[in-house]
Design a protein around this ligand. Structure first.
Ligand code: AMP
Ligand code: ZN
Length: 469
């Protein structure tokens, strides 16, 4: 099996990746809080997780991926109350749009998307286990995690418990707790809020316990990889570790991976700045979602991603280079023996591409290898392809496509556009034949037809190239 290395937030170092069971990866990623449409920052994190999943599969791992849907928390409850609808009615459209966004960006589906509201009994059982073991206590119908009972608390985030002073009066909190640092596992019901029956009276789960309960239900007590955005490190993931390990006594997660945030024009997204985009906002502006996927994947996941419209244009230009190459490859005549230089370049490409991905998902490096190879490929086409070169080059491209999911224009066009494209390719080809026959009248007529389809043809020494106007 390939030697992958990932940067583990736990310990903050790059380390070899080895799953608990050889060849199988248990992956948990924190899903959206479905109180509004996800924004492109959330999608950056989901795309990083998609790249991780595809990379693991590329290297032969079987992945069992669970992503939760947080459909009960302060924000979803507030939204439902404000709109005077049930929690389920309030969250349903956001769950639907979340899946539509994943599909629009060609994100591979996780195996399981558990909803918090469907797992309250599991959460209650976990809280009971924590109480039994002395790690939690009930107070006024709520249950708190006793942070002083966990000597390891702070290992993930570097949070220093000693610095947060013990016994400070809990200032504004409605709930009574022993220690200001304790965090809530179960919240007593407030009037008008949705609630579930529990041994401590009606209430609802805290956010952190949701992920501990759902991840362990589907993946077991020990996970290989747990992901989220950097804002999840503290307190959410720190608290997940505290809850899970205090309940089971075994290490919860081997590798913690966190993606850096997306910013827009160098600034944090916020409603007040008007720079918080959803995917629908970008579509309405006419942005290519394929370019969005490319841009998001082309920046290393541990670097901030600065989303700008010029960067999106650059992503489209990069994709056009690939599309041009694929088009030339499809139409280049083949004769004689295979091109040895192309074969060497392809072997080097495959090796460099894999090495980059193995090195903490260096997607930018892998794409760099791809473009170097495309340059070699174009030169080979100029020289004239040998028999079999096309098929071999297309296989190398398909290998890279399995990881990136963005390199094949055909899979991004709607059925209509795809058939449109086939028609354009046929017309371009027909016109080229006419030119070869020196039938200028026919060539002109065909150019006019293409013009009517808003397609511009450029004749180059390597043959015709076309693009949409
Ligand atoms: P939430 O719906 O707030 O729970 O967030 C869902 C996921 O998106 C979490 O993994 C967050 O860490 C991540 N996330 C939130 N904001 C951003 C951002 N600006 N850039 C990247 N990821 C983000
Ligand atoms: Zn979570």
């Amino acid at each position: 099996m390939a030697n992958l290395s990932f940067f583990n937030t736990l310990g903050r170092h790059l380390e070899p990746f080895a799953p608990i069971v050889a060849g199988e990866v248990k992956l948990y990623t924190c899903g959206p809080t479905v109180y509004s449409h996800v924004h492109i920052g959330n999608l950056r994190t989901f795309l990083f997780e998609d790249l991780l999943r595809r990379t693991l599969e590329h290297f032969g791992y079987r992945v069992l991926h669970v992503m939760n849907l947080t459909d009960v928390d302060d924000k979803t409850i507030r939204g439902a109350l404000e709109h005077g609808v049930s929690l389920a009615a309030y969250t349903a459209p956001y769950i639907e749009s979340f899946f539509a966004d994943l599909d629009a960006l060609h994100v591979r589906r996780a195996e399981i998307y558990p909803r918090a509201t469907a797992h309250v009994p599991e959460m209650i059982a976990l809280v009971e286990q924590l109480i039994e073991r002395g790690h939690a206590y009930e107070s006024d119908g709520s249950v708190w995690f006793r942070i002083g009972s966990d000597d390891d608390y702070g290992r993930l985030s570097g949070f220093d418990l000693a610095e947060a002073r013990r016994g400070d009066r809990v200032a504004s909190d409605e709930y009574e707790k022993e220690d200001v640092r304790d965090f809530v596992l179960w919240k007593a019901a407030k009037a008008g809020e949705p609630s579930w029956d529990s041994p401590w009276g009606p209430g609802r789960p805290g956010w952190h316990i949701e992920c501990s309960a759902m991840s362990m239900k589907y993946l077991g007590e020990r996970l290989d990889i747990h992901c989220g955005g950097v804002d999840n490190i503290f307190p959410h993931h720190e608290n997940e570790i505290a809850q899970s390990e205090s309940a089971t006594g075994v290490p919860f997660v081997r590798t913690w991976m966190h993606s850096e945030h997306l910013v827009v024009d160098g600034e944090k997204m916020s409603k007040s700045l008007g720079n918080q985009f959803t995917l629908a906002d970008l579509s309405a502006r006419g942005c290519s979602l394929r370019a969005v996927r490319y841009l998001m994947l082309s920046v290393h996941y541990r670097q901030k991603l600065n989303f700008t419209f010029p960067a999106l244009d650059a992503a489209s230009a990069a994709l056009r280079r690939i599309d041009d190459f694929r088009f030339r490859l499809a139409h280049a005549p083949e004769a004689g023996a295979g091109d040895a230089a192309l074969a060497n370049a392809s072997a080097a490409f495959v090796e460099r591409f894999d090495a980059c991905l193995m090195d903490d998902l260096n997607a930018a490096g892998a794409l760099g290898a791809l473009f170097d190879w495309v340059r070699e490929g174009n030169s080979a086409i100029d020289r004239g392809l040998g028999v079999g070169d096309r098929e071999r080059a297309l296989a190398s491209l398909a290998r890279a496509e399995a990881v990136f999911g963005v390199l094949d224009a055909a899979s991004w066009s709607t059925g209509e556009e795809a058939s449109d494209e086939a028609a354009i390719v046929a017309l371009v080809e027909e016109r080229e034949q006419a030119r070869r026959r020196r039938d200028w009248a026919a060539a002109d007529r065909l150019r006019a037809e293409l013009d009517a389809l808003a397609v511009v043809v450029e004749d180059t020494p390597q043959g015709p190239r076309w693009k949409r106007r």
